[in-house]
Design a protein around this ligand. Structure first.
Ligand SMILES: [Fe+2]
Ligand SMILES: [Fe+2]
Length: 225
C-alpha cells in the first residue's frame, strides 16, 4: 500500500507538467476517496503501516509540498471567491473578457491571437473540467440530468470552436467571425447556467450540500490550475 502511494505521488510530481490534464481527474477522484474514507490523503499511512517514513518517502513528501505551494500560488485567490456558482460565474466573465480582447485584434496580430487563444483554451478547459467532474454529476444526482446533458453537449461544441480556430490559423480572414460566433455560444451557455440551471439547483441544496459542491469545485480547479 505504501509503495503504491509513493509511486503514484512521485510520478505525479515528475510528470505533472506534461500529463497534468489526463492525470488530474484520476488524481482528484482518488484524493476524494481518500479524504472521505479517512480524512487524510496519501500521507496518512494508516494503523497497519508502521513507522516507514524513510528518506525516499520524505523526499516524496517534500516534492509534494513544493508542488502544492506552486499550485496554491497559481490558484491565487480563487478558493476565497465565494460559493461554487460565484466561482463559476467569475470564470465566465474572465473567458468573455478574453474573447473581447480577441475581437480587438486584426490579422496582422497573429502572435497575439495565438496567445489569447491559448489563454482562452486553458481557461475554458479548467472551467469545463470543474463543471463536468462536479457540478453536472451533482445535477444528475438531483434529477437535473436533462440540463446537465444539454450543457455538457454544448461543451463539446465549445471544444469544436477551439479546434476550428486552431485549424484555421490566426491569419485567416474568417478568424474574427468565428471568434464572434464562438463568443455568442459561450455567452448563451453561461447565461443558461447563471440564470436558470445553477440558481434552481442551488435553491434545492441545503447549506452543507452547497458547501460540499463549493469544496469539490475548488479542489478540481486546484488540480487543473
Ligand atoms: Fe458549462
Ligand atoms: Fe460554466
Amino acid at each position: 500500500m505504501e509503495e503504491f502511494m509513493a509511486t503514484r505521488t512521485g510520478s505525479r510530481t515528475s510528470n505533472r507538467t506534461t500529463s497534468a490534464r489526463s492525470g488530474s481527474s484520476k488524481e482528484s477522484s482518488s484524493n476524494e476517496r481518500n479524504r472521505s474514507s479517512d480524512n487524510r490523503s496519501a500521507f496518512s499511512f494508516g494503523d497497519s503501516a508502521g513507522p516507514l517514513l524513510g528518506a525516499a518517502l520524505a523526499g516524496v513528501a517534500i516534492g509534494f509540498a513544493a508542488n502544492f505551494g506552486r499550485k496554491a500560488i497559481m490558484q491565487g485567490m480563487e478558493a476565497a471567491a465565494g460559493d461554487w456558482d460565484e466561482i463559476l460565474a467569475t470564470e465566465h466573465d474572465v473567458a468573455l473578457a478574453i474573447f473581447d480582447k480577441m475581437l480587438t485584434t486584426d490579422e496582422t496580430q497573429s502572435f497575439k491571437r495565438k496567445m489569447l487563444l491559448m489563454k482562452l483554451t486553458h481557461a475554458l478547459d479548467k472551467h469545463a473540467h470543474q463543471e463536468e467532474m462536479v457540478v453536472y454529476p451533482a445535477l444528475r444526482e438531483a434529477n437535473e440530468a436533462v440540463s446537465a446533458d444539454q450543457l455538457e453537449g454544448e461543451h463539446g461544441y465549445i471544444k469544436t470552436y477551439i479546434y476550428e480556430l486552431n485549424e484555421m490559423g490566426p491569419e485567416s480572414g474568417k478568424w474574427l467571425e468565428k471568434v464572434r460566433e464562438f463568443r455568442a455560444l459561450v455567452a448563451r451557455h453561461a447565461h443558461m447556467e447563471e440564470e436558470e440551471v445553477f440558481p434552481t439547483f442551488k435553491n434545492a441544496l441545503d447549506d452543507e450540500q452547497n458547501a460540499r459542491v463549493t469544496s469539490l469545485v475548488n479542489r478540481d480547479g486546484f488540480w487543473m490550475a
